[in-house]
Design a protein around this ligand. Sequence first.
Ligand code: PLP
Length: 401
Amino acid sequence: MSRDRNPLSDPKRRSAQTQLIHGGTERSQHGETSEAIFMSSGFIYEDSGAAEARFKGEDPGYIYSRFSNPTVEMFQQRMALVEGAEAARGTASGMAAVTTALMAQVRAGDHVVASRALFGGCRFVVEDYLPRWGVESTLVDGRDPENFARAMKPNTKLVFIETPTNPTLELVDIKAVAEIAHVHDAVLVVDNVFATPIWQKPLELGADLVVYSATKHIDGQGRALGGIILGSEDLISGDVHTIIRQTGPSMSPFNAWVMLKGLETLSLRVEQMTRNAAKVADFLADHPKVERLIYPGHASHPQYELAQRQMKAGSTLVSFEVKGGQEKSFAAADALGIILTSNNLGDAKSIISHPATTTHARFTDEVREEAGISRALLRLSVGLEDADDLIADLAYGLDQA
Ligand SMILES: *Cc1c(COP(=O)(O)O)cnc(C)c1O
């Protein structure tokens, strides 16, 4: 068939946008258009010899959905092609992805360096759980790469960063931190949730592993939890695969299917949400009741130059402080008519949250202060609504503050 000679029949020749639609698709004998959901915990074998061969790894078929499933495999392949990674493993949630990626690389006696501005659960794993298992951790101000260099020790095996950070949208220079990590033979893991695969490519900048909460932009419609870890064949098929196989933080085939369908519209959604976020940021920047705007795509961001260098756009989150502290922030948020109060992000629906009393409530005022999370701070995840409606909604809310 001439189709076989078409260079675009080779998935590797297709652009990332095409991968989002077709990447990793495996069709069954029925030739379905949409990806099939293989809701099966296990798989059968022709005979005992076939089972033996599969367990020995001599036959590549599926065994058990804790560590291999055709629908989950399609999601992994599609994400790997989009990210430019050799391999990937899906997980039950973003936290399962982060915990698995970290646990796979360290053992008692090792040391981990992380940026202190981390998603709540990630900071908990690094600061509370790792030391419980004999892995020492140091948290540093991630804005200056030199802080990582100073924190490195002979037993540092892993560096973990998130950029932009939640909820203060600080940036970490991925390339500079990758160089520091590699001088010390440490692995760099980047949580790329806020930037999305559309705007930032950590592997190209030197990261060894990238993790996502697929719950956020990848689903993007508030339906399902999921996560994924991406990197070299060596790291993923080795320690990451083994820990998933043996401990079971596995992704459900149904959720993998939800994420596959999410990927088909990921770039459309993220690009439009980012256009909306930029308009909202411009509006907030000039508003008399706004004390401070934080948006990596706005020239007022203290690391605007770095944002321009390592991200293709400012992404979909905007944080801001309302003049007058918590009382005024609450008043503004509570008067909103379209934007919902919730703590998810990356959703088609715009969502606002008050980090100091919700996602970051467990920290002391001192720790929050140090991290720049004031009681006046609101985090806005900009959705797909009409940008002018969102601006009118915020204008009304701020008027009430
Ligand atoms: C949400 C989130 C996580 C955790 O993901 P879940 O799917 O909620 O478990 C990790 N890191 C970042 C940056 C997040 O936003």
